[in-house]
Design a protein around this ligand. Sequence first.
Ligand SMILES: [Mn+2]
Length: 435
Amino acid sequence: MSTLVRRQRVASQIRRILMGEFAKIAIDEKSFFGVNISYIKMSNDLSYAKIYINGSDELVDKLSEDKRHYRSIVAKSISMRYVPEIIFLKDTFTEQAYKVDRLIDKIKEERSAEEYDLKEREVAELLRDAKNILIVSHINPDGDNVGSTLGLSNSLKQMGKTVVVANRSGIPDNFMFLKGADKVISTQRLRPEFDVIVFADCGSVERAALEPDILNSKARIVNIDHHITNNRYGTYNLIDEDAPSASFVVFNLLKHNGFPIDETVAEPLYAALLTDTGSFRYSSTSSAAFKMAAEMIDLGVDPWYVASNIYENKKPSQLKLLGRLLSNIEYFFDNRLALIVLRKEDFEATGTTVADSEGIVNYARAIKGVEIGALIREEDEGICKISLRSKNLDISSVALSFGGGGHKNASGFSLSGTPEKVKADLISEIGKLFD
Ligand SMILES: [Mn+2]
Protein backbone atom coordinates (compact mmCIF):
# COMPACT_ATOMS: atom_id res chain seq x y z
CA MET A 1 0.00 0.00 0.00
CA SER A 2 1.40 3.39 -0.93
CA THR A 3 2.01 5.79 1.94
CA LEU A 4 -0.47 8.26 0.44
CA VAL A 5 -3.28 5.69 0.44
CA ARG A 6 -2.30 4.59 3.92
CA ARG A 7 -2.31 8.21 5.15
CA GLN A 8 -5.71 8.81 3.65
CA ARG A 9 -7.08 5.64 5.20
CA VAL A 10 -5.84 6.47 8.67
CA ALA A 11 -7.11 10.05 8.30
CA SER A 12 -10.60 8.89 7.41
CA GLN A 13 -10.62 6.39 10.32
CA ILE A 14 -9.61 9.13 12.74
CA ARG A 15 -12.27 11.42 11.30
CA ARG A 16 -14.97 8.78 11.77
CA ILE A 17 -13.95 8.02 15.34
CA LEU A 18 -13.69 11.65 16.42
CA MET A 19 -16.88 12.76 14.69
CA GLY A 20 -18.70 9.93 16.47
CA GLU A 21 -17.24 11.09 19.76
CA PHE A 22 -18.17 14.75 19.11
CA ALA A 23 -21.73 13.74 18.29
CA LYS A 24 -21.97 11.88 21.62
CA ILE A 25 -20.65 14.90 23.54
CA ALA A 26 -22.98 17.26 21.66
CA ILE A 27 -25.99 15.62 23.35
CA ASP A 28 -25.09 17.35 26.66
CA GLU A 29 -22.58 19.93 25.57
CA LYS A 30 -24.06 22.68 23.41
CA SER A 31 -20.72 24.03 22.17
CA PHE A 32 -20.14 20.71 20.36
CA PHE A 33 -23.33 20.96 18.40
CA GLY A 34 -22.61 21.13 14.66
CA VAL A 35 -18.84 20.97 15.12
CA ASN A 36 -17.11 19.64 12.05
CA ILE A 37 -13.67 18.37 11.03
CA SER A 38 -12.85 20.23 7.81
CA TYR A 39 -9.89 18.04 6.99
CA ILE A 40 -7.08 16.01 8.51
CA LYS A 41 -3.48 16.34 7.49
CA MET A 42 -1.32 13.30 8.38
CA SER A 43 2.43 13.61 8.60
CA ASN A 44 4.28 11.35 6.14
CA ASP A 45 5.46 9.00 8.87
CA LEU A 46 2.01 8.93 10.50
CA SER A 47 3.51 10.23 13.73
CA TYR A 48 0.96 13.01 14.06
CA ALA A 49 -2.40 14.16 12.68
CA LYS A 50 -3.29 17.81 12.30
CA ILE A 51 -7.04 18.03 12.71
CA TYR A 52 -8.63 21.18 11.36
CA ILE A 53 -11.79 22.08 13.22
CA ASN A 54 -14.54 24.23 11.84
CA GLY A 55 -15.57 25.88 15.11
CA SER A 56 -14.90 28.66 17.58
CA ASP A 57 -11.49 29.46 19.11
CA GLU A 58 -12.85 28.39 22.53
CA LEU A 59 -13.87 25.02 21.19
CA VAL A 60 -10.50 24.41 19.57
CA ASP A 61 -8.78 25.38 22.87
CA LYS A 62 -11.01 22.97 24.77
CA LEU A 63 -10.21 20.14 22.36
CA SER A 64 -6.49 20.91 22.53
CA GLU A 65 -6.56 20.67 26.34
CA ASP A 66 -8.05 17.17 26.05
CA LYS A 67 -5.98 16.01 23.10
CA ARG A 68 -4.50 13.10 25.07
CA HIS A 69 -7.98 11.89 25.91
CA TYR A 70 -9.00 11.98 22.23
CA ARG A 71 -5.82 10.19 21.23
CA SER A 72 -6.66 7.38 23.64
CA ILE A 73 -10.15 7.11 22.17
CA VAL A 74 -8.60 6.79 18.71
CA ALA A 75 -6.14 4.22 20.05
CA LYS A 76 -8.97 2.03 21.33
CA SER A 77 -10.64 1.77 17.92
CA ILE A 78 -7.75 1.69 15.54
CA SER A 79 -5.13 -1.02 15.18
CA MET A 80 -1.80 0.69 14.83
CA ARG A 81 1.48 0.09 16.52
CA TYR A 82 1.95 3.80 17.06
CA VAL A 83 -1.16 5.93 17.28
CA PRO A 84 -0.51 9.37 15.77
CA GLU A 85 -0.27 12.28 18.10
CA ILE A 86 -3.30 14.56 17.73
CA ILE A 87 -3.08 18.28 17.13
CA PHE A 88 -6.27 20.31 16.94
CA LEU A 89 -6.19 23.48 14.82
CA LYS A 90 -8.81 26.00 13.89
CA ASP A 91 -9.80 25.79 10.25
CA THR A 92 -9.46 29.32 8.98
CA PHE A 93 -9.62 28.32 5.32
CA THR A 94 -13.33 27.61 5.37
CA GLU A 95 -13.93 30.85 7.21
CA GLN A 96 -11.87 32.76 4.68
CA ALA A 97 -13.58 31.04 1.77
CA TYR A 98 -16.90 32.08 3.30
CA LYS A 99 -15.70 35.67 3.61
CA VAL A 100 -14.55 35.66 -0.03
CA ASP A 101 -17.95 34.27 -1.01
CA ARG A 102 -19.75 37.04 0.85
CA LEU A 103 -17.49 39.59 -0.79
CA ILE A 104 -18.28 38.25 -4.26
CA ASP A 105 -22.02 38.37 -3.45
CA LYS A 106 -21.68 41.96 -2.34
CA ILE A 107 -19.80 42.96 -5.49
CA LYS A 108 -22.46 41.25 -7.62
CA GLU A 109 -25.22 43.05 -5.70
CA GLU A 110 -23.48 46.39 -6.12
CA ARG A 111 -22.95 45.74 -9.80
CA SER A 112 -26.62 44.88 -10.41
CA ALA A 113 -27.67 47.97 -8.41
CA GLU A 114 -25.39 50.03 -10.64
CA GLU A 115 -26.89 48.44 -13.74
CA TYR A 116 -30.37 49.26 -12.45
CA ASP A 117 -29.43 52.91 -11.79
CA LEU A 118 -28.06 53.13 -15.31
CA LYS A 119 -31.27 51.71 -16.79
CA GLU A 120 -33.31 54.12 -14.71
CA ARG A 121 -31.28 57.03 -16.12
CA GLU A 122 -31.71 55.74 -19.69
CA VAL A 123 -35.49 55.48 -19.27
CA ALA A 124 -35.61 58.97 -17.75
CA GLU A 125 -33.64 60.36 -20.69
CA LEU A 126 -35.93 58.64 -23.18
CA LEU A 127 -39.01 60.11 -21.48
CA ARG A 128 -37.41 63.55 -21.23
CA ASP A 129 -36.76 63.54 -24.99
CA ALA A 130 -40.17 62.13 -25.97
CA LYS A 131 -43.08 64.31 -27.03
CA ASN A 132 -45.96 61.86 -27.35
CA ILE A 133 -46.14 59.19 -24.73
CA LEU A 134 -48.67 56.40 -24.38
CA ILE A 135 -48.99 54.70 -21.00
CA VAL A 136 -50.81 51.38 -20.74
CA SER A 137 -51.34 48.44 -18.46
CA HIS A 138 -53.21 45.17 -18.64
CA ILE A 139 -56.92 44.58 -19.25
CA ASN A 140 -59.19 44.48 -16.18
CA PRO A 141 -56.80 46.81 -14.37
CA ASP A 142 -56.15 46.58 -10.65
CA GLY A 143 -55.10 49.37 -8.30
CA ASP A 144 -51.41 49.13 -9.14
CA ASN A 145 -52.14 49.33 -12.88
CA VAL A 146 -54.34 52.38 -12.47
CA GLY A 147 -52.15 54.13 -9.90
CA SER A 148 -48.79 53.64 -11.60
CA THR A 149 -50.05 54.71 -15.02
CA LEU A 150 -51.84 57.80 -13.64
CA GLY A 151 -48.98 58.78 -11.31
CA LEU A 152 -46.49 58.62 -14.16
CA SER A 153 -48.81 60.42 -16.55
CA ASN A 154 -49.57 63.26 -14.09
CA SER A 155 -45.84 63.85 -13.64
CA LEU A 156 -44.99 63.76 -17.37
CA LYS A 157 -47.87 66.13 -18.19
CA GLN A 158 -46.34 68.68 -15.81
CA MET A 159 -43.19 68.44 -17.92
CA GLY A 160 -45.19 69.53 -20.94
CA LYS A 161 -45.49 66.12 -22.57
CA THR A 162 -48.51 64.95 -24.50
CA VAL A 163 -49.51 61.87 -22.56
CA VAL A 164 -52.33 59.41 -23.17
CA VAL A 165 -53.28 56.73 -20.68
CA ALA A 166 -55.24 53.90 -22.23
CA ASN A 167 -56.79 50.68 -21.05
CA ARG A 168 -58.84 48.14 -22.98
CA SER A 169 -61.35 47.68 -20.17
CA GLY A 170 -61.55 51.12 -18.57
CA ILE A 171 -60.98 52.12 -14.97
CA PRO A 172 -62.93 50.52 -12.10
CA ASP A 173 -65.37 52.93 -10.40
CA ASN A 174 -63.53 52.96 -7.08
CA PHE A 175 -60.41 54.44 -8.71
CA MET A 176 -62.24 57.20 -10.58
CA PHE A 177 -61.39 59.69 -7.79
CA LEU A 178 -57.74 59.75 -8.91
CA LYS A 179 -56.68 62.70 -11.02
CA GLY A 180 -56.65 61.81 -14.70
CA ALA A 181 -58.82 58.68 -14.33
CA ASP A 182 -61.61 60.41 -16.30
CA LYS A 183 -59.16 60.98 -19.19
CA VAL A 184 -58.25 57.31 -19.65
CA ILE A 185 -59.38 56.07 -23.05
CA SER A 186 -59.84 52.65 -24.60
CA THR A 187 -56.82 51.14 -26.38
CA GLN A 188 -59.13 50.65 -29.38
CA ARG A 189 -59.33 54.42 -29.90
CA LEU A 190 -55.55 54.95 -30.25
CA ARG A 191 -53.70 56.02 -33.36
CA PRO A 192 -50.04 55.15 -33.97
CA GLU A 193 -48.56 58.53 -33.10
CA PHE A 194 -46.37 57.86 -30.11
CA ASP A 195 -42.59 58.08 -29.62
CA VAL A 196 -42.69 55.95 -26.51
CA ILE A 197 -45.12 53.40 -25.10
CA VAL A 198 -44.77 52.74 -21.39
CA PHE A 199 -46.20 49.53 -20.01
CA ALA A 200 -46.60 49.62 -16.22
CA ASP A 201 -47.32 46.57 -14.05
CA CYS A 202 -47.91 44.45 -17.13
CA GLY A 203 -46.13 41.06 -17.22
CA SER A 204 -46.44 40.53 -20.96
CA VAL A 205 -47.24 42.59 -24.05
CA GLU A 206 -50.32 40.52 -24.89
CA ARG A 207 -52.06 41.36 -21.61
CA ALA A 208 -52.37 45.01 -22.65
CA ALA A 209 -54.37 43.94 -25.74
CA LEU A 210 -53.02 46.76 -27.93
CA GLU A 211 -54.08 46.92 -31.56
CA PRO A 212 -51.36 45.59 -33.91
CA ASP A 213 -50.78 48.97 -35.61
CA ILE A 214 -49.95 50.55 -32.24
CA LEU A 215 -47.69 47.72 -31.19
CA ASN A 216 -45.91 47.57 -34.54
CA SER A 217 -45.36 51.32 -34.75
CA LYS A 218 -41.89 52.79 -34.36
CA ALA A 219 -42.52 53.67 -30.73
CA ARG A 220 -39.92 52.48 -28.30
CA ILE A 221 -41.25 50.35 -25.49
CA VAL A 222 -40.51 50.92 -21.82
CA ASN A 223 -41.46 48.03 -19.58
CA ILE A 224 -41.82 49.05 -15.92
CA ASP A 225 -42.70 46.21 -13.60
CA HIS A 226 -42.12 44.20 -10.44
CA HIS A 227 -43.41 40.74 -11.45
CA ILE A 228 -40.81 37.94 -11.35
CA THR A 229 -42.51 36.41 -14.37
CA ASN A 230 -42.18 39.53 -16.56
CA ASN A 231 -40.81 38.37 -19.91
CA ARG A 232 -38.74 41.51 -20.63
CA TYR A 233 -40.44 42.54 -23.85
CA GLY A 234 -39.37 46.20 -23.77
CA THR A 235 -36.69 48.16 -25.55
CA TYR A 236 -35.98 49.17 -21.96
CA ASN A 237 -36.92 46.90 -19.08
CA LEU A 238 -37.02 48.57 -15.71
CA ILE A 239 -37.91 45.67 -13.48
CA ASP A 240 -37.42 45.58 -9.73
CA GLU A 241 -38.58 42.21 -8.47
CA ASP A 242 -38.23 43.31 -4.85
CA ALA A 243 -40.50 46.32 -5.33
CA PRO A 244 -43.80 46.10 -3.42
CA SER A 245 -45.67 47.64 -6.37
CA ALA A 246 -45.04 48.89 -9.89
CA SER A 247 -45.80 52.35 -8.52
CA PHE A 248 -42.71 51.97 -6.32
CA VAL A 249 -40.61 51.50 -9.47
CA VAL A 250 -42.29 54.54 -11.04
CA PHE A 251 -41.78 56.60 -7.86
CA ASN A 252 -38.03 55.91 -7.78
CA LEU A 253 -37.71 56.65 -11.48
CA LEU A 254 -39.33 60.06 -10.95
CA LYS A 255 -37.54 60.82 -7.71
CA HIS A 256 -34.02 59.85 -8.81
CA ASN A 257 -34.31 61.94 -11.97
CA GLY A 258 -35.91 65.07 -10.60
CA PHE A 259 -39.29 64.63 -12.32
CA PRO A 260 -42.20 66.52 -10.73
CA ILE A 261 -43.87 64.74 -7.81
CA ASP A 262 -46.73 66.70 -6.30
CA GLU A 263 -49.91 65.51 -4.62
CA THR A 264 -51.53 64.56 -7.94
CA VAL A 265 -48.60 62.26 -8.65
CA ALA A 266 -48.25 60.95 -5.11
CA GLU A 267 -51.92 60.06 -4.63
CA PRO A 268 -52.20 57.53 -7.48
CA LEU A 269 -48.78 56.08 -6.62
CA TYR A 270 -49.90 55.67 -3.01
CA ALA A 271 -53.22 54.10 -4.06
CA ALA A 272 -51.24 51.58 -6.12
CA LEU A 273 -48.90 50.78 -3.24
CA LEU A 274 -51.80 50.43 -0.81
CA THR A 275 -53.74 48.00 -2.98
CA ASP A 276 -50.79 45.92 -4.21
CA THR A 277 -49.52 45.26 -0.68
CA GLY A 278 -53.05 44.28 0.44
CA SER A 279 -53.19 47.41 2.61
CA PHE A 280 -49.65 46.80 3.86
CA ARG A 281 -50.34 43.20 4.85
CA TYR A 282 -48.61 41.02 2.23
CA SER A 283 -45.01 39.83 2.50
CA SER A 284 -44.09 42.41 -0.14
CA THR A 285 -44.63 45.06 2.55
CA SER A 286 -40.97 45.96 3.09
CA SER A 287 -39.61 48.81 5.13
CA ALA A 288 -39.06 50.53 1.77
CA ALA A 289 -42.82 50.29 1.18
CA PHE A 290 -43.52 52.16 4.42
CA LYS A 291 -40.81 54.71 3.61
CA MET A 292 -42.47 55.39 0.27
CA ALA A 293 -45.87 55.66 2.00
CA ALA A 294 -44.39 58.14 4.48
CA GLU A 295 -43.02 60.27 1.65
CA MET A 296 -46.40 60.20 -0.11
CA ILE A 297 -48.12 61.40 3.07
CA ASP A 298 -45.58 64.20 3.42
CA LEU A 299 -46.52 65.22 -0.13
CA GLY A 300 -50.12 65.67 0.98
CA VAL A 301 -51.75 62.25 0.47
CA ASP A 302 -54.61 61.57 2.91
CA PRO A 303 -54.60 57.81 3.70
CA TRP A 304 -58.22 57.68 4.84
CA TYR A 305 -59.45 59.60 1.79
CA VAL A 306 -57.67 57.13 -0.50
CA ALA A 307 -58.64 54.00 1.46
CA SER A 308 -62.29 54.96 1.88
CA ASN A 309 -62.64 55.75 -1.81
CA ILE A 310 -61.13 52.41 -2.77
CA TYR A 311 -62.51 50.05 -0.13
CA GLU A 312 -65.65 51.61 1.32
CA ASN A 313 -67.39 52.32 -1.89
CA LYS A 314 -69.11 49.03 -2.71
CA LYS A 315 -72.37 48.85 -4.58
CA PRO A 316 -75.19 46.79 -3.05
CA SER A 317 -75.06 44.58 -6.15
CA GLN A 318 -71.43 43.71 -5.40
CA LEU A 319 -72.42 42.51 -1.92
CA LYS A 320 -75.20 40.45 -3.46
CA LEU A 321 -72.62 38.78 -5.68
CA LEU A 322 -70.36 38.24 -2.67
CA GLY A 323 -73.19 36.64 -0.68
CA ARG A 324 -73.97 34.30 -3.54
CA LEU A 325 -70.40 33.08 -3.99
CA LEU A 326 -69.52 32.81 -0.28
CA SER A 327 -72.22 30.18 0.16
CA ASN A 328 -70.81 28.21 -2.80
CA ILE A 329 -67.13 27.88 -1.88
CA GLU A 330 -65.84 24.37 -2.55
CA TYR A 331 -63.01 22.64 -0.71
CA PHE A 332 -60.43 20.12 -1.96
CA PHE A 333 -57.36 18.28 -0.63
CA ASP A 334 -58.48 18.23 3.04
CA ASN A 335 -59.57 21.90 2.84
CA ARG A 336 -56.11 23.03 1.71
CA LEU A 337 -57.64 24.41 -1.50
CA ALA A 338 -60.74 26.63 -1.46
CA LEU A 339 -62.31 27.28 -4.84
CA ILE A 340 -64.83 29.85 -6.01
CA VAL A 341 -66.47 29.57 -9.42
CA LEU A 342 -68.21 32.64 -10.83
CA ARG A 343 -70.35 31.91 -13.87
CA LYS A 344 -71.96 34.36 -16.24
CA GLU A 345 -75.32 33.68 -14.60
CA ASP A 346 -73.91 34.88 -11.25
CA PHE A 347 -73.13 38.27 -12.77
CA GLU A 348 -76.48 38.38 -14.56
CA ALA A 349 -78.50 37.43 -11.49
CA THR A 350 -76.87 40.12 -9.34
CA GLY A 351 -76.56 42.85 -11.96
CA THR A 352 -72.77 42.93 -11.70
CA THR A 353 -69.88 42.75 -14.13
CA VAL A 354 -66.51 41.04 -14.06
CA ALA A 355 -64.94 44.24 -12.65
CA ASP A 356 -67.16 43.92 -9.57
CA SER A 357 -65.47 40.67 -8.58
CA GLU A 358 -62.03 42.27 -8.05
CA GLY A 359 -60.41 41.03 -4.85
CA ILE A 360 -63.04 38.36 -4.25
CA VAL A 361 -60.48 35.53 -4.45
CA ASN A 362 -58.99 36.78 -1.18
CA TYR A 363 -62.06 35.47 0.66
CA ALA A 364 -61.06 31.94 -0.34
CA ARG A 365 -57.54 32.32 1.02
CA ALA A 366 -58.80 33.98 4.23
CA ILE A 367 -60.27 30.71 5.52
CA LYS A 368 -58.55 28.89 8.40
CA GLY A 369 -56.50 25.93 7.18
CA VAL A 370 -56.75 26.91 3.51
CA GLU A 371 -53.35 27.21 1.82
CA ILE A 372 -54.51 28.18 -1.66
CA GLY A 373 -57.54 30.20 -2.68
CA ALA A 374 -58.65 30.04 -6.30
CA LEU A 375 -61.24 31.89 -8.33
CA ILE A 376 -62.49 30.75 -11.72
CA ARG A 377 -64.36 33.53 -13.46
CA GLU A 378 -66.27 32.89 -16.64
CA GLU A 379 -65.64 35.73 -19.05
CA ASP A 380 -66.50 36.05 -22.74
CA GLU A 381 -66.85 33.34 -25.40
CA GLY A 382 -65.77 30.31 -23.42
CA ILE A 383 -62.80 32.03 -21.75
CA CYS A 384 -62.21 31.69 -18.03
CA LYS A 385 -59.92 33.85 -15.96
CA ILE A 386 -58.26 32.14 -13.03
CA SER A 387 -56.87 33.97 -10.00
CA LEU A 388 -54.73 32.17 -7.45
CA ARG A 389 -53.77 33.30 -3.96
CA SER A 390 -51.59 31.39 -1.52
CA LYS A 391 -50.62 31.86 2.09
CA ASN A 392 -47.07 30.48 1.73
CA LEU A 393 -46.77 28.11 -1.24
CA ASP A 394 -45.34 29.44 -4.50
CA ILE A 395 -48.25 29.35 -6.93
CA SER A 396 -46.56 31.37 -9.68
CA SER A 397 -45.42 27.99 -11.07
CA VAL A 398 -49.04 26.87 -11.51
CA ALA A 399 -49.87 30.07 -13.38
CA LEU A 400 -46.75 29.72 -15.52
CA SER A 401 -47.63 26.13 -16.46
CA PHE A 402 -50.89 27.49 -17.92
CA GLY A 403 -49.14 30.35 -19.71
CA GLY A 404 -49.88 33.00 -17.07
CA GLY A 405 -47.72 34.73 -14.50
CA GLY A 406 -47.54 36.73 -11.33
CA HIS A 407 -45.98 36.54 -7.90
CA LYS A 408 -45.29 33.79 -5.38
CA ASN A 409 -48.53 34.47 -3.46
CA ALA A 410 -50.69 35.97 -6.20
CA SER A 411 -50.85 34.75 -9.77
CA GLY A 412 -53.30 34.40 -12.59
CA PHE A 413 -53.98 33.21 -16.12
CA SER A 414 -56.72 32.69 -18.68
CA LEU A 415 -57.90 29.38 -20.15
CA SER A 416 -60.43 28.54 -22.77
CA GLY A 417 -63.10 25.99 -21.88
CA THR A 418 -66.15 25.70 -19.69
CA PRO A 419 -65.74 26.51 -15.97
CA GLU A 420 -66.18 22.78 -15.25
CA LYS A 421 -63.35 21.75 -17.58
CA VAL A 422 -61.08 24.54 -16.30
CA LYS A 423 -61.86 23.54 -12.73
CA ALA A 424 -60.82 19.92 -13.34
CA ASP A 425 -57.53 20.98 -15.00
CA LEU A 426 -56.76 23.46 -12.26
CA ILE A 427 -57.43 21.02 -9.42
CA SER A 428 -55.14 18.41 -10.94
CA GLU A 429 -52.32 20.93 -11.43
CA ILE A 430 -52.65 22.33 -7.89
CA GLY A 431 -52.68 18.76 -6.56
CA LYS A 432 -49.06 18.43 -7.68
CA LEU A 433 -48.10 21.19 -5.21
CA PHE A 434 -49.57 19.20 -2.35
CA ASP A 435 -47.79 15.91 -3.21
MN1 LIG B 1 -48.43 45.23 -9.22
